[in-house]
Design a protein around this ligand. Sequence first.
Ligand SMILES: NC(=O)c1ccc[n+]([C@@H]2O[C@H](COP(=O)([O-])OP(=O)(O)OC[C@H]3O[C@@H](n4cnc5c(N)ncnc54)[C@H](O)[C@@H]3O)[C@@H](O)[C@H]2O)c1
Length: 313
Amino acid sequence: MIKIAVVGTGLIGMQHLRAMEHTDACQLCALCDVNEEKVKELATQYQVPYFTDYHDMPGQVEADAVILNLPHYLHCESTVFFLEHGMHVLVEKPMANTVEECERMIAAAEKSGKKLAVGHVQRYFRVNSWLKKAVEEERFGKLCMITGKRSINYFAESRPGWFLKKNAAGGGIGMNYGAHALDTLFYITGERKAEIISGYGNLKTDHDIEGHMQYMLKFPSGLSMCQTLSGYNESGHEVVYYFTDGVLKVEDAARLYQYVDSRWVQIAIEEDELIMERQMADFCRFLEGKPSMICDAQCGRDVIAALENVYKI
Ligand SMILES: NC(=O)c1ccc[n+]([C@@H]2O[C@H](COP(=O)([O-])OP(=O)(O)OC[C@H]3O[C@@H](n4cnc5c(N)ncnc54)[C@H](O)[C@@H]3O)[C@@H](O)[C@H]2O)c1
């Protein structure tokens, strides 16, 4: 049984806790959050010790691994800390705010001999696994172009304040949803390094993060991808894949369609609510040295390298 501690019990931390309840290979052994009231209540519920400072955990907790669900600016420091104290790490996406930070995290994993993975959970959506296989098998011919559009109210009052500050979050909608889109692209296509052009800004709020972004990647293979992200209004999430022998569309990362005889025809794929559970089970396989499709540290780093280029240009 793999013993796992969870640090950060906000929105995604709670989802990891629920996923662990359904994963036979692991068990929760400790919790940490600066919000003592919340973490104390959770610790009572799960009957595990709790901490309000993760630096106090090594020596007091016998964990094989830790899941880090913290504001982005803490990803590098906390990951290096736990690796240096002999624990494997699953750090939430994006891996860190800069490539330099990602490389420090990779170096710490190599030095400690412990494993490091990044919680890019969207690769566990069934549509994305289905698409990866279709691309590999050239089921619709060769993949030539992809267009992605995601438009939401990024500045909703429910969003934790740190997400809206550049020094804490590293960026805005690009750092957050752009990172998801890039990992999904890398996962489905196997491509990594691209020429990039981009535009971004914030024309609506006073926050120092971007509220809209558009980038285009062109890979050496000729494949290109254009991604549009708007944080000002809600109008959905759609990705269209143009193959030589067909066009496919994914809506809301759940429903898949093919364009046939002048209309979109749905391809039945049974999506479920178990995306986090699939990632958790796969993280355990990764720790056991078994084949795993989890986002490894190198891919997490390549997502940040692409984003650094998006922000630079
Ligand atoms: N994979 C996904 O689909 C997905 C979805 C949401 C968030 N995320 C990622 O998960 C991470 C956390 O996001 P969230 O939405 O859960 O944020 P959140 O603000 O809801 O949760 C963060 C938690 O960390 C705690 N915290 C802050 N500083 C701490 C510290 N020094 N020590 C211990 N705890 C501390 C906060 O009290 C809070 O409970 C981010 O990297 C985010 O991008 C991923």
